[in-house]
Design a protein around this ligand. Structure first.
Ligand code: PLP
Length: 427
């Protein structure tokens, strides 16, 4: 008898992936929204943070450069990225961000912040090492820490602190296994901008406990309050501080996967670690070359002016934010202060007892065709379970309509709750 080899149906994924999946980024709601759209049911998307998908145009000079360089972009680049692109990033940091020492050799390019975050954590963490991550915060950092067999330790940035970190609590969470402190500023999902004194407090914790600072500043160009962006690295010149940024948000080019990591440090500090990052980066040969050709153009004065205009009165991001907050002000069940930066609003919902924003977001998609992200996707804290993250990128009329639908669903849920209470009393 000949035996027949059958493929195994029970192939077990690595445990570390299951841990990372708990911090899932897009979630099942996004897939469901795509299915609904494919079935011909239009969904208002206040879920993903992709300015290009919402039709916000890219700077014309950048698009012209991309068209010109498409043939050159067929080759690999250096693993750290093309010198011209790294030079443009270094100059941006020196002349506009108050870090006069940054040289092209301090800059590494990658396929978005997402790839550089993974490379830099992989090069740092041994199993069981701990990383302090902001809560609420963008879940990629916790997911990657788990993927590197590390432990993400959330530090509280509660609404009661204006979504800023509780520095005493943070200090108590740092221990002998803690290696790094992650900062996201401006903050996804709350839209808060942490001021210089908060950054000083974070730097002090890193100094006391010998931590590497990772500062995700991908939203640095999107601010609605006066004053310049303050990079964390300017407040911690005596420490190793890695600053992450790129073209996905203010340049409206997320599909190009062009990001950078700039390592600021006193001479010699962190050399072995940064060499390890270089070795890991070399394994993947090169970041996307087309994206790199866009970097000098995106950091040119006309492109930056174009980006800044988006957040000024009349600009697309300013209008979307105003539409969201005007509409929310008319909905008594939604409480939200206008965001300082980013294109996210993070309202608290006045929900009937026993329900959460996760439950609400599911109903919102299925019954009202609006995609929004539940707060718990960004947090371990139950206090955040009544918050919803709304992306303020869609045209103002769509945002206003989505928020009206949110208000209508809240009213319906309260009516259902009252009716249930009455029915119970009648029994
Ligand atoms: N960091 C934060 C805080 C984000 O919100 C995002 C995307 O939404 C990223 C990083 C990903 O950036 P990139 O497109 O450069 O990978």
């Amino acid at each position: 008898m000949t035996s027949v080899l059958r493929p195994r149906s029970d192939i077990r994924p690595a445990r570390r992936v299951a841990v990372a999946e708990r911090h899932g980024l897009r979630g099942t709601l996004t897939d469901e929204a795509h299915e609904l759209s494919a079935e011909g049911r239009p969904v208002i998307d206040l879920g993903l943070g992709d300015p290009a998908a919402h039709g916000i145009p890219a700077p014309p000079t950048v698009l012209a450069t991309l068209h010109e360089r498409v043939d050159d972009a067929r080759s690999y680049s250096d693993a750290a990225g093309h010198l011209t692109a790294r030079t443009a990033v270094a100059e941006h940091f020196r002349t506009r961000l108050g870090l006069p020492e940054v040289a092209p050799s301090d800059v590494r390019l990658g396929n978005g912040v997402s790839e550089l975050a993974l490379l830099t954590l992989q090069a740092l963490l041994d199993p069981g090492d701990e990383v302090l991550v902001p809560d609420p915060g963008y879940p990629m950092w916790s997911a990657y820490t788990s993927l590197c067999d590390g432990t993400a330790v959330p530090y509280p940035c509660p609404a009661s602190h204006g979504w800023r970190p509780d520095l005493d609590a943070l200090s108590r969470l740092a221990g002998p296994r803690t290696r790094a402190l992650i900062v996201i500023n401006p903050v996804n999902p709350t839209g808060t901008i942490w001021p210089a004194e908060t950054l000083d407090g974070l730097a002090a914790v890193a100094r006391t406990h010998g931590l590497v600072l990772f500062s995700d500043e991908i939203y640095d160009g999107i601010r609605f309050i006066p004053g310049p962006h303050v990079p964390l690295a300017t407040r911690a010149p005596d420490l190793l501080c890695l600053t992450f940024g790129g073209l996905s948000k203010f340049s409206r080019l997320p599909g190009l996967r062009a990001g950078w990591m700039v390592a600021c440090h006193p001479p010699g500090v962190g050399r072995a670690y940064l060499d390890a990052v270089t070795s890991l980066a070399a394994l993947r040969l090169s970041p996307n070359a087309a994206g790199q050709y866009a970097v000098p153009a995106a950091l040119s004065a006309p492109a930056l002016r174009d980006a800044a205009a988006l957040t000024e009165p009349g600009g697309a991001l300013h209008q979307a934010r105003s539409a969201a907050h005007t509409a929310m002000a008319h909905q008594p069940g939604l409480q939200c202060t206008p965001q300082d930066g980013t294109f996210y609003a993070f309202p608290r919902l006045d929900l009937p007892p026993g329900t959460t924003a996760t439950h609400f977001a599911r109903r919102l998609l299925r019954e009202k065709s609006v995609l929004a992200m539940p707060g718990k996707q960004f947090s371990n804290d139950d206090a955040v379970s009544t918050h919803l993250r709304l992306t303020t990128l869609a045209p103002p009329a769509q945002i206003a309509s989505a928020i009206e639908r949110i208000g209508a669903l809240l009213t319906e849920m309260w009516t259902e709750h009252t009716n249930r209470g009455r029915a119970k009393q009648m029994k």
